[in-house]
Structure formats: structure tokens, C-alpha cells
Design a protein around this ligand. Structure first.
Ligand code: MOS
Length: 765
């Protein structure tokens, strides 16, 4: 058996779960929160990237005369004069880089918008002007294809077993042949871009051989290791700082070449360099959600979901094989008696795709949960009832592992009640009010509970001040606040006494703030550090001459500013007065069982270590939810509105009711954009993006969102980590696309299998 954690009796957590206001709220609203680009860098030069509009070919000529002639220009870097750097490894190869390819290493062009130059000048204006004047001629080769859905796209390649092992159980063909009803369909999802408000940026500065990089980052420890690899220096000679992140969503989880380029220029010039990446450039120098095709067959037998055959094909670049195996999740969603999950890729002329909020789940569940709805319609059963009848709570259906906890059925019931599902007419196109057709849809949500090692440090002073520090990243999820809650709770001091420091690679090492792991994982390390501090306080106060001399140290608790042992209590200040030097400082770590000791060295270098996912040897682990959505579709124009959405979610212990709800409603709102608005459009002739700005890349605004309700379903989980918390950051978006598509079908009788679903698609049907 895996080690288990009794999170109920061992940890008394009165402050945890409460909806505490954000630690950094005041700093953010008053503008004093320092984002990477706000860090003071006296004497800094300004840099600008130059990208090419060509998607394939080679650089044939570079004319930098006009660029160098601009007053104040200090450097023009292209592949011709790029200093030789070490190869920093890509994330999927165990490193920190977004892609395996350094865009300025050779003259080759692999995608439109690839970086081909960097200009550095004394002012941002001069850098921009010089960048515009740098001529990089490219001889295009062949005709590029940037869409896997284009007629001339390469054929999908089924991934070999060393990349992805097919997920198999029983004879899926036979089960589909025997089914009472079968739906076979293909669903498509588009290319999408994260578009955080905070742009990509790097401020780089070398001083006495030490590199400091200010970069918006979800992984300061990993970025530090990546820069150390690139520049061939020990990790101790690099410092990466990212105190706040103005939106990450996965786009800042891996390091981009812009950061390496800025650091190279700063070293070359012997001066600090600030590189601001433009919004349009962000579409091509960073990552994105690649397109997918979901080919699905689902079967129903005796009123239950019986068989799933799911193949996902994902867009990747020509040079990297990037995919996110969403079939891992869909094969575990229901109690299938037979199943097959296959993964393939299609190579296109784009930069390597990456992680974008619930990267595997958003496309895969659009497919699965649409198909399940189609099957319910075909079989004439209620879609909620069908899901409940097919519940896999008894054990994960592929290998039969028990779940650490399983909240899907409860979420479906609670959500249905709150939404008023019972009043929904069974037949489609049955609710017309004026020119509007109303419909209601449902979909299940799932997000695996990932765990990975984490470390933190806690310092407790005799003035009862507490400092919590960890190389964590505040993406807006509530990291600062929740660490503060944990420490205040465990050390018996007010929240205000706890100062939290995150966002610097100088702090205790950690893995990427991704996969919805940060709060529960690093929070568990914070808790461990606090426990060790508490034990030290207990040791000091119970020793001879201590304020609680003779009491059992193991029984000492710190609460309400007091150290308490049985019926004896002393003020904490008095207890701390006898601590040598007046300070207790402790490290805490959280190492999930299943992480090998041999990984220690790499973990302390970069924070990278095995991220235990869905399945361990003993358990399957996931957070669940159920999304209910009402849409109104205009009968004449096809316009789609979303007047009401209700989601119910079970994700272990709630750490902060307010920040958790914010994550869930944020995910639901993004779900609206994800299926109704967002798509990166391509000019297929040139394989270029045509809407790489916030004006034409459609996203929901306030007027698109009406009533949003997130119901938090209490769930106790004793097996995942000391806090009993699963991740909540990505769960909220996972079921939304299908819930909306299903509601559109219920409103109109029209089934749309390709996102985004827009008025023109409704009208065309
Ligand atoms: Mo998230 S897409 O795991 O940063």
C-alpha cells in the first residue's frame, strides 16, 4: 500500500478552507506588485525581436546596415553572429525549454513568425525602428501547411509504443457490435493562444558572472537550470525572479528562446537588457493549444455506457513530437467494459504547441462528452441518468485501481438539482420564446490529481513574525494567501503576521506551477516545515526551565497566540523568549511515495522530478465535476448566448473557498470562450496567423457572461497528500465545451462537432 495521510485528525485546520482575501490584493490593485518588467534595471538597454513572415525555407541574405544606422542601436543579432550556446533541453526531454529548436541557431525557417533577429538599442523606440529596418531575406521552400485539418495536411501518424502505449481493455469492436446503440463521430478543436494580459518579457543582467533574469515564469527553478545549461555556468550563478505573473495558463511554464536571447545580448554588451515581446510576436515565439481531431465510437448496452473507442490526433511541429494523451482521461471517465485509447500526431509548419489550461482535457472531453450526449439522444435516455448509470466510482475501468476519492456522481446530482435539470424537456428544439431557442446541456469534468516533490522554508521569530518561502509562482490562483493560511493555522498566529516570499529561484527549489499541482504540493511542504517549527517550539518550552516544563512535547499545539499542552497554556511570546537567538527556521519537503531517490540530484538542480499522474501503483486519482449550461440561440441569426451556467466540483479539501471559486468560475468563463469564440485563424497560403491581436482574437467579455455558479462539493481524501487537496486550477474549464455544444443541440436540434461553434455554423446547418 502507498503511504496514506490522515488529513482529518492529524491536522486541525480551522483557517484552511475559509474564503480569505488575497494576500497580494492590495499590492495588485494599487500597482505596487512588481511584475517582471517592473523590476528596476538602471542603465538597461532595450531589445526587440525580429520575426520572419515565411513558414519554410532558408535565410539567404541579411542586410543590417539600415538597422545599425539608427541612432542608439548597440547590437543586431542574427544566426550569423549568434554566440555559440549550450543546448538547453526541451521540457519533454527533461529540460525547461518550450521547444527543442533554437530559432537562431541556423539559417533554417520552420514556421511563420520564427525569430530571426534581435535588435538592442538605447531606447525602445530606436530598437523598434531598427527592428523594422533589419532585412532578413528568406528563400521559401515548398508550400507550408499550418493546419492539420487542411486538405493537404500530412496524414496522422499513430504514435509508436515507446511514445504512447495504447490503452486497451477487452474487445472494443465486439462490444460496439453488440451494443444497443452506437455513435461514431469525429470532433475537431482549433488552434488557440493563451493571451495573458502580461506580455512575454525578459530583463537580463550579468554582474560578476552572475546572471539575473526577470521573466514572467511558472517555474523559476527550471528556468534557472535552463539558463545555466545554455550559458554553461553552474545553477548557483543564475537567478530567475518572477514575483507575480500576469496570467500564465501554461504559456509561461516552459522557457522560451526570447529569454536566452536577452541574456546572450546582455552578456555580449556588458549591460542590462530589457526585451519586450509584442502581442503579435507572442503568437509565434511561444506555445499554444494545438489543433486536434477526436475520432470516437461509443456504445450503450442495457442503459449503460459499455464501449469506448477513442483516437486523438494532435497537431505538432515538424521538429518536435508534442502530444497530450487525453485518451488517458476519457478511458477512465465511465465504467466501460471494453475500450481502446490511441494517440497520433500530425506534423505541420508551426512552432511546437504546448500546455494551455487543461491541455489534454479540453479537446478530449469536447469529443467524449459530445459523443456521450449524442448517444443519449440516439438511445432516448436522459444524459445525466446515462452518466450516473455508467459511474466508475467502484474502480478505474482500465486496470481496476480504486480511486482515492471519486466525486463524479455527487457532482452530477448536486449540479442537476441546483440547475433545475428535472424541468428540462427531453426533446430538442422544444423551448422557443420569441425568436430565441433555449436549450440545456450537461457534461462531466475531470482533471487528474498530479503530485510531485516540493520544498519550502518557514522562519518563526520570537516577535511571532513568520516568513514562508518557496520557489513557487503566484499566477493568481491564491498561492501567497494559502501558504499564509497554512502557516497561521499551524503556528497559532494571525494571518497578518505571516509574510510569504515566492517567485525567486533563490528560494527552496520546486517544480513547474502546472498541472494544478502547486497549492496542494508546495502547500504540503509548507505544512511540513510549519510542523517542524512547531515541534521545535514544543521541545524548547517543555525542557527544564521552559514555560511548559515537564509537559509532553508531542502534545503541544500552537493556537491563538498560545502554546497549549493539555490544560496548561502560555503565551507564545513567552514560549519563544527562550528560543536561542530568537529564531526557528525549518525546511519542509513533500515527496510523494513513488518518486525515486535517484531523482534527488535533478530535483535539487531544476525542480524536475516524476510527476505522478492519474495512476500510482495503488490508486487512481482525479478531481471531478459536472457542468450544466443553458444557451439561447437566435432562430434567425444563429447568435448563441449563454444565460446560465452551473458547475459542481469535487476536488478534495478546499484550501480557500474564495480563491477556489475564482479558479472554477474563471475556468467556466474561459470554457465559453474556448468553444464559442476562440480560434487562431490561419492564412493557409502562407501558414500565417491572421488574428494575432486582442482585437481579432475573439474572447468573451463581460456582456457575454451572465449567471455563473460554482458549487463546491466537499470531499475528504486521505491518500493524495498531507493537505488532502487535489488541484482546482484547471478543473473548471474541462467539461465546458461539450456542455455548451450539447446545449446548442438541445436548443436547435443541430449537432456541431467542430469548435469554435459560431453563429455562421449554426446558420449553415
Ligand atoms: Mo497549466 S496548462 O498545467 O500551466
Amino acid at each position: 500500500m502507498a503511504e496514506t495521510y490522515d488529513v482529518v485528525t492529524d491536522v486541525n485546520l480551522p483557517l484552511i478552507g475559509e474564503g480569505r482575501p488575497r494576500y497580494e490584493a492590495r499590492a495588485k490593485v494599487t500597482g505596487t506588485a512588481r511584475y517582471a518588467a517592473d523590476e528596476p534595471m538602471p542603465g538597461a538597454l532595450f531589445a526587440r525581436l525580429v520575426t520572419t513572415p515565411h513558414a519554410t525555407g532558408r535565410v539567404t541574405a541579411i542586410d543590417d546596415v539600415a538597422a545599425l544606422a539608427v541612432a542608439g542601436v548597440r547590437l543586431v543579432l542574427t544566426h550569423r553572429n549568434m554566440p555559440g550556446l549550450g543546448a538547453a533541453k526541451a521540457y519533454f526531454a527533461g529540460g525547461a525549454m518550450q521547444s527543442s529548436r533554437d530559432p537562431m541557431e541556423t539559417d533554417e525557417i520552420a514556421y511563420a513568425g520564427q525569430t530571426v533577429g534581435l535588435v538592442v538599442a538605447e531606447t525602445p523606440e530606436a530598437a523598434r525602428l531598427a527592428a523594422d529596418r533589419l532585412v532578413v531575406e528568406v528563400a521559401p521552400s515548398g508550400s507550408p501547411v499550418a493546419s492539420m485539418h487542411a486538405a493537404d495536411a500530412p496524414a496522422p501518424e499513430l504514435l509508436p509504443e515507446d511514445a504512447h502505449v495504447p490503452i486497451l481493455k477487452g474487445d472494443v469492436e465486439a462490444a460496439l457490435a453488440e451494443a444497443d446503440a452506437v455513435v461514431r463521430a469525429e470532433y475537431r478543436t482549433p488552434m488557440q493562444h493563451h493571451n495573458p494580459i502580461e506580455l512575454y518579457f525578459t530583463g537580463a543582467e550579468w554582474r560578476n558572472g552572475i546572471l539575473t533574469a526577470y521573466v514572467p515564469s511558472q517555474w523559476v527553478s527550471g528556468f534557472r537550470a535552463g539558463l545555466a545549461e545554455a550559458f554553461g555556468v553552474p545553477t548557483e550563478m543564475v537567478r530567475v525572479v518572477s514575483r507575480y505573473v500576469g496570467g500564465g495558463f501554461g504559456s509561461k511554464g516552459t522557457m522560451l528562446h526570447q529569454t536566452v536571447l536577452a541574456a546572450a545580448a546582455a552578456r555580449d554588451l556588458g549591460a542590462p537588457v530589457k526585451l519586450y515581446v509584442g502581442r503579435d510576436q507572442m503568437f509565434t515565439v511561444g506555445s499554444f493549444r494545438g489543433q486536434t481531431t477526436q475520432t470516437i465510437a461509443v456504445g450503450l448496452k442495457d442503459g449503460r455506457l459499455s464501449a469506448l473507442d477513442h483516437r486523438q490526433d494532435s497537431q505538432t511541429s515538424r521538429f518536435d513530437t508534442f502530444f497530450l494523451p487525453g485518451t488517458e482521461q476519457t478511458t477512465r471517465m465511465y465504467d466501460w467494459s471494453a475500450l481502446r485509447g490511441l494517440e497520433g500526431v500530425v506534423r505541420t509548419d508551426v512552432n511546437t504547441p504546448g500546455f494551455m489550461r487543461a491541455p489534454a482535457e479540453v479537446p478530449a472531453l469536447f469529443g467524449l462528452e459530445s459523443a456521450v450526449d449524442e448517444l443519449a439522444v440516439a438511445a432516448g435516455v436522459d444524459p445525466v441518468e446515462l452518466r450516473l448509470a455508467s459511474d466508475a466510482a467502484g474502480g478505474e475501468p482500465v486496470d481496476g485501481l480504486p480511486w482515492t476519492s471519486h466525486g463524479l456522481a455527487e457532482c452530477l446530482r448536486r449540479g442537476a438539482d441546483a440547475f433545475g435539470w428535472a424541468d428540462r424537456p427531453a426533446e430538442a428544439r422544444a423551448q422557443r420564446r420569441g425568436d430565441w431557442l433555449f436549450g440545456q446541456g450537461v457534461a462531466s469534468a475531470i482533471y487528474p490529481t498530479y503530485t510531485k516533490p516540493a520544498t519550502a522554508e518557514v522562519r518563526f521569530g520570537s516577535d511571532l513574525s513568520v516568513r514562508v518561502s518557496a520557489a513557487a509562482c503566484e499566477l493568481g490562483g491564491g498561492t501567497y494567501t494559502i501558504f499564509q493560511q497554512i502557516a497561521a493555522n499551524e503556528l497559532g498566529v494571525p494571518m497578518e503576521s505571516v509574510r510569504v516570499e515566492v517567485g525567486s529561484s533563490d528560494l527552496p527549489v520546486n517544480g513547474v506551477a502546472g498541472g494544478s499541482t502547486q497549492t496542494a504540493g508546495i502547500g504540503s511542504a509548507v505544512l511540513e516545515a510549519c510542523r517542524r517549527v512547531r515541534e521545535e517550539v514544543a521541545r524548547v518550552v517543555t525542557r527544564p526551565g521552559g514555560a511548559l516544563e515537564g509537559a509532553d512535547a508531542a502534545s503541544v499545539r500552537l493556537t491563538d497566540g498560545r502554546a497549549v499542552a493539555g490544560d496548561r497554556a502560555v503565551p507564545l511570546r513567552e514560549a519563544m523568549a527562550t528560543v536561542p537567538f530568537g529564531i526557528i527556521e525549518m525546511r519542509g519537503q513533500w515527496v510523494p511515495s513513488g518518486v525515486a531517490l535517484s531523482e534527488t540530484r535533478e530535483f535539487y538542480r531544476s525542480g524536475a522530478a516524476t510527476q505522478l499522474g492519474f495512476l500510482t501503483e495503488d490508486f487512481a486519482r482525479a478531481a471531478f465535476g459536472a457542468n450544466f449550461v443553458e444557451v439561447a440561440v437566435h432562430a434567425l441569426t444563429g447568435e448563441i448566448r449563454v444565460p446560465r451556467m452551473v458547475g459542481a466540483f469535487a476536488f478534495g479539501r478546499v484550501m480557500n473557498e474564495r480563491t477556489a471559486r475564482s479558479q472554477l468560475t474563471g475556468g467556466m468563463i474561459w470554457g465559453v470562450g474556448s468553444v464559442l469564440h476562440e480560434a487562431t485563424e490561419l492564412d493557409h497560403r502562407y501558414a500565417r496567423h491572421v488574428n494575432s491581436d486582442l482585437g481579432e482574437y475573439f474572447m468573451p467579455v463581460n456582456a457575454d457572461i451572465a449567471s455563473v455558479e460554482a458549487i463546491i462539493v466537499e470531499e475528504e481524501d486521505r491518500h493524495i497528500n498531507p493537505l488532502g487537496a487535489k488541484g482546482v486550477g484547471e478543473l473548471g474549464i474541462t467539461g465546458m465545451a461539450a456542455a455548451i455544444a450539447n446545449a446548442v443541440h438541445h436548443a436547435t436540434g443541430i449537432r456541431l462537432r467542430e469548435a469554435p461553434i459560431r453563429m455562421e455554423h449554426v446558420l449553415a446547418s
